[in-house]
Every structure is written in structure tokens, then in C-alpha cells.
Design a protein around this ligand. Sequence first.
Ligand code: ADP
Ligand code: 5SP
Length: 502
Amino acid sequence: MNEYVIGVDLGTSAVKVSAMNHDGKIIAQQSYGYDLHQPHPGYNEQDPRDWLYGTTIAIDRLILRDGIKAEEIKGISFSGQMHGLVLLDADGQVLRPAMLWNDTRTTKQCEEIKAEMGDKFIEITGNRALEGFTLPKLLWVKENEPEIWAKAKSFLLPKDYVRYVMTGKQAIDYSDATGTVLFDIKKNTWSKEICETFDIPESMCPPLIRSIDEAGTVTNSYSMFSGLKTTTKVFGGGGDNACGAVGAGILKPNMVMSSIGTSGVILKYEPDANVDYHGALQYECHAIPDTYYSMGVTLAAGHSLNWFKHTFAKDEDFTEMVNRAAERPLGANGLIFTPYVVGERTPYADADIRGSFIGVDSMQNKYDFVRAVIEGITFSFRDILNIYDQHGQDFDTVVAIGGGAKSAFWLQLQADIFNKKVVSLTNEQGPGLGAAMLAAVGLGWFDSLQDCAKKFVHFGKVYEPQSAAVKKYDELYKIYHQIYDQTKDLSHQIMKLRNSWD
Ligand SMILES: Nc1ncnc2c1ncn2[C@@H]1O[C@H](COP(=O)(O)OP(=O)(O)O)[C@@H](O)[C@H]1O
Ligand SMILES: O=C(CO)[C@@H](O)[C@H](O)COP(=O)(O)O
């Protein structure tokens, strides 16, 4: 009989599921998209039921369309968009739409956390309190929706909610727990001090498990609903960047990952909890037990390009649009874009900054704009790489994953803007692959994730930096890098005005 593991990649734009065999071969993939709701500036929400139905439909398609038999599915694990708050009542029912990682309504709560705990907060959690994280969201609900807060008994993160419905058991893995900023990264447990300081009952925090731990098996009711067998084991899984790093083979210190999904990420493996970026970068538990990673996040990477396409090129094919941008000259005929369309996180933790096009010229066409968007997103990654440079961290290879890594043009652009070798995977589904690897190790198919990577992770083409392009992008980046400071005040004034008109 064939045996498969399924990696569920619960992204922001869609859920993608991949069925893999013992040899690390992807046998079938399905996906299902869902909406993002933005009712006010800074608000980003999704309905947890959309994730649940989307995941169930995508898995069903593996069974119904791709011919995978339910009894052949031995294990399932997850990669989930991080930080999102799913609030549950005493019956485990969802109390309000989930507030996502890119929801920036919590500036006031972040300022309160900083004022209350100062640097102690970074010492405990490894992170500054930023708008997207879970604790500020809990405090926002407590302050603004007291009737909902009164009913709240527990919280979960996005993938944990789907796993909870599958298994009937609430749990969270360590990588996603760090992203709540309620977690003590050195003691490896929920922080009593933070819970007490902000009056969050510790009983609301879900039980902690490792990414490779079995969280349960499929319940009878979920089996009836989905067609899965109750013998299928369900494993912890991890935050999407931890899983992306596993799937990209980022398993030792000299390796760095770039991910262009809805968000953009530069991530580095860290061997212990003591490397101190003093909150300039996020610091999280890895999905590999007892290891860590640091990362910087561009809030709107693929999201900026999606926004542009949706607004100005709705009926065009995505790949075709990107190909036409590739034909425009380097530097987009003098146009520079900053991707702050939902605010920014790294290096500028600023919920009120907004994007800009600088250098608009009547000789430019639509594809110069597309090219400028792609170049601007990639410059924002270079801002993150600067932080690693400032901390004396050196590496020469970047493994690229995410939807943006589908484009050879964008992979070469990364190599030229970073002035580093960029390596692609033979399949760009890094996070889903990482999730499947967690299930494979959890089932005992391999002794460790490192062993599993030897079979499952396959590097593709290597993109070398091209010196002429590197030089030009260096010059452009120097201008790009000034735009935040020079537009910050204008952006803030506009946001103030918008809020006063609301
Ligand atoms: N053919 C393509 N070329 C370049 N970028 C693409 C292409 N297709 C999708 N993308 C980008 O990839 C992003 C989605 O990446 P993905 O990793 O699937 O995101 P998420 O995990 O957030 O759902 C989109 O926002 C889009 O901008
Ligand atoms: O907030 C973060 C990481 O801190 C994001 O990376 C989210 O985890 C969303 O990821 P994608 O949907 O872009 O993969």
C-alpha cells in the first residue's frame, strides 16, 4: 500500500496542500483561496471557518481528484500564517473574525506594553511588541470589545484552529507560541510575568507541543465531515516561516532564506536563544526542536504586487504581467516604489507609513510600474539584510521560496539587489514541504529533520549576481533607502486626516 504525508500550508491568500511519499516526492497538490477583509485602514481579518472549509476541500480534492486513498494518508501537519488571533468561547466556538498578522490597529496597545515593561519585555520574549503580534490583539479586544472578552476562554493561532477542529484538542507549537509574545523564550514556557502584568489569564494560553509531536488523530466528527480516516495522525506543525525554513533546508547557521509570499521575509537559522538583536529583528523558536531563527518582515511583499495587479491589471495573466515588467529597463525608467501599502514592520515598525511611487514620468508605461513594485519589494528585503550586516552576520547564499520565487526574473533580481547567490527549490512550496517533513519525522519515517531534508529538499537553479546590475541597483538602493524618512511625516499627516474623517 502507498503511504503519504500531507503538508497543509495555511497562507494568507490560500491554503495549499501537498501529498508526499517516503521518497520526498510530491505526488499531488491542491489549493483553495479565500478572502481578506479590510473594513478600515489597518484592519486585516479572515473568517477561521474559511480556513477550515478551504483546508477540507483541498484535502478532499487530493482524495477525489488525485486518487489518493484516505487510508494511505498516514500523517498531516501544518504550516500556518503566524500571530493571528482566533478567540474561542467555553464551547470552543469562534467569537469574532480572526485578526491577522498584518492587522495594525494595535499601536496604542503596543505603546502601553512598552511603557509598562520596557526592555524587560524584549529580554523575556526575544521581541519588541509589534502591532501584528498576538498579545497586543488580545489587549485590543479586551479594551474595545468587552462583551466578547467576557466570553473568551482560550485563543489559538490560525493553523492551531484547523488542527483543533480535526483532532478535538487545543494546542500550539513552540514556533508559533514565540510569535504571540506571551512566551518566555529562555524558559521555554508561557510567561507568568507577562500574563500577570497585562491581566491575561494563563488558562487562555493553549498547551505547548513540539512541531514534530503528535497532537491527536482525526476525530469521528471530522472524519464524517472530511472523508479522512480516524487513523490519520495529526502533528503540531509550525509558523509558516519556521516551516518554510525547514522546507528550504535552512538547518544550519550559515544559511539564510528569503520568502516572497503575501508578506516578505529574510530569515536566519540561530543555534541558541541568546543572540541579541535587541528587537530589531524577530526572534522565534524554530520548528526544529531546541533551535531558533531570527527574521525581518516586509508586511506587503507579494501583497503589494497583488494589490497593483488587482487595481490596474485585473484581467492580465500574472506570469505574463511579470514577464512584461522584466522587459522594461532596470530601474523602471526612473520609478521607485516603497511597499508600505499596509504599513511596515522591519526595519520601520510603523503602522501609519504608506507606500509611494517616486519619479513618475510620462514616458513610463504600466509595466515600468510593475517593475518598480517588484524592485521596491526587493529593496525592502535589502533593508533587512542591512540589519544582519550591522550585527556582523555573514553569509553568501540565500534560498528563495514563496510565490515570488516562481519567477526566474525575480530570482535574478534578488541576486542582483542582495549581491548574493540566490538558490531556488525545485518546487517553490517551501512551507508546505516543511509541514510534510514535520509529519514524516513525527511518524518516525526519519530520525531527524536533517535526515528527512536529505530526501525531501531539492535545490534548483543557482542565480549569481551580475556585476553591472549589482552596481546600478546599489546606486538606486541609496535613493530608495532615503524615501522612508522623507515621506514618513507626510504619510502620518494623511493617516491622521483619514482617521479624523472616519
Ligand atoms: N507567477 C508569479 N510570478 C511572481 N510572483 C507571483 C507569481 N504568482 C504569484 N506571485 C506572488 O506570490 C504571492 C503568493 O505567494 P504565496 O507564497 O503563495 O503566499 P501566501 O503563503 O501568503 O498565501 C502573491 O502575493 C504574488 O504576488
Ligand atoms: O507575520 C509574519 C511573520 O512574522 C508573516 O510572515 C505571516 O506569517 C504571514 O505569512 P504569509 O502569508 O506571507 O506566508
